[in-house]
Design a binder for this molecule. Sequence first.
Ligand code: ZN
Length: 286
Amino acid sequence: MFVSAQEMIKKAANGGYAVGQFNIDNLEWTKAILLTAQEQNSPVILGVGPRAAVFMGGYRTVARMAAGLMEDLEITVPVALHLDHGNFEAAKACIKAGFSSVMYDGSKDAFDVNVENTKNLAFVCSMYGISLEAEVGAIGGAEEGIVAEGEFADPEQCRIISQLGITMLAAGIGNIHGQYPENWPGLSFDTLEQIRKAVGKEIPLVLHGGTGIPDDQVRKAISMGVAKVNVNTECMLAFQKALHDYIMAGKDVKGFTPFEMFAPGLEAIRQTVREKMELFGSVGMA
Ligand SMILES: [Zn+2]
C-alpha cells in the first residue's frame, strides 16, 4: 500500500539525494512509473494534479487504480500517492480517498489564509499519518491553471510556514512550470541558500518545474537541501513524441489496438523516469 512521503524524503535529505515526483495522467502513466521505480529499486511519489484527477474520473478512482496496479505488478518499493497543487477542499477529498500525501498550495491565497489552512491540514494529516507539502510564493509557468512570472519565495514567509507541522516545503527559486523560455536566467541559488537558512535542516525543500532545468543546476539544488523534485512535462513530451512517431511511421495501420499503439509511449515514459531517478540519485535507495 501507499506510504507517507515523510520517511523517504527524510532519508533522501539526510543522504544527499532527492526522490522524484512523477505526475500521472492515466493508467499507462501510472504503470510505467511504478514498473520503473521497482526496476530501479527507487522510492517514488505519484503526483496527481486536480485536473488530471478529474480526467481520470476522480480521486477515489485514481487511488484504487494505483492501488490495484501496486498489487498486480507486485510493487514493493515505497510509493506515495500525492495530491499536486491542491486547494484546501481538494486536500481534504484526497485524504478521504486514501492518498498518503497531499500538497496544499496556498501560494495564491493571502498569506494569513495560507498559514491558517496549512496549520489546519497539518493537524489532520498528522492524525492520519499523511505527509503534507506546503507552498510559499508563486512558482512560475502554467500548471493546473496556475500562471506566474517565475517569482521568488520570501524566506521569512518560508520560515513561518515551515513551523506549522508540515513535512516539506515548495518555494520559488526562479523555477518555472512547463517549458522554460530561452532567456530564463536559471535557478537562484542565493534565494535557495536564504530559504535553507530560514527554514532549517528539519524541513526538506521541494523543487517544482523540474522539466528543462539543466542537470548541473538540479544536482546543485539537491546538494543544497532539495529532497524532492517534481517532473511532469518531460514525461508528457516523451509520450507524445513516441506516439506521434508511431503514427507518422504508419505503424498504427496494423498495430491499432491500444496496447500496441501506446507501448512506445510507455517505454518513452520509462526511459525518462529512469534518467531522472539516476540524476536525482534515488536509484537503489528503496
Ligand atoms: Zn508544481
